[in-house]
Write a protein that binds this ligand. Structure first.
Ligand code: GLN
Length: 192
């Protein structure tokens, strides 16, 4: 049984927990889901979801909890929106002192689709099916290199990327599947 943590410092935590449970149930995969608030809870996880929210706040709170090194040891991580920013190796528009995990071969531009009022929904075609994606002050993935593989694009830019390297698997998407109850990417993550 996979033990999957949802980082519960900030953002759409309960929504991720429900979509994750729904994805597991629909695909017949047994999981144990835990909301993670302290560094101690990270070491027993097989996988971690970093929800969207605000990457500057996530950075501060993860640092306050001393989590950076422990998170980097987790073998499977799924970051959505701000979570994807945390996973990126290069970030444009970072605040001074903002820290990132730097695990995925992508360069992102924070807030590059515009402010909150420019948030939008779009039908996207992805390597794992067609789905409706909700973008909220999303980052744009400007560049992908190395072992990172694009799973979906919107308006000519990648919006979902996966990377499998040295026995680790990462999934980074710039939209919010937890908001409209979209299970495809959570299911894909569980199978990775
Ligand atoms: N704009 C936010 C950031 O830079 C991300 C927004 C989101 O997660 N919906 O962190």
């Amino acid at each position: 049984m996979q033990k999957v943590g949802v980082l519960a410092l900030q953002g759409d935590v309960s929504e991720h927990v429900s979509v994750l449970k729904k994805a597991a149930q629909e695909s017949g995969i047994e999981i144990d889901v835990v909301e993670v608030r302290t560094c101690r809870e990270l070491s027993s996880l097989d996988a971690l979801i970093i929800p969207g929210g605000e990457s500057t706040t996530l950075s501060l709170l993860m640092e306050r909890e001393g989590m950076f090194e422990e998170v980097k040891k987790i073998r499977k991580i799924f970051g959505t929106c701000a979570g994807a920013i945390m996973l990126a190796k290069k970030v444009r528009g970072a605040e001074e002192g903002q820290k990132f995990l730097g695990l995925v071969d992508i360069e992102v531009s924070r807030n590059a689709y515009g402010p909150q009022t420019e948030s939008f929904e779009a039908e996207i075609e992805s390597g794992i099916g067609r789905l409706k994606a909700v973008f909220i002050r999303a980052p744009v993935i400007e560049r992908v290199w190395g072992d990172a593989k694009v799973l979906a694009e919107f308006a000519g830019k990648p919006v979902a990327v996966e990377e499998r390297v040295e026995g680790k698997s990462f999934l980074a998407i710039t939209f919010h599947p937890e908001i409209n109850g979209e299970t495809k990417f959570h299911e894909h993550f569980l199978r990775m």
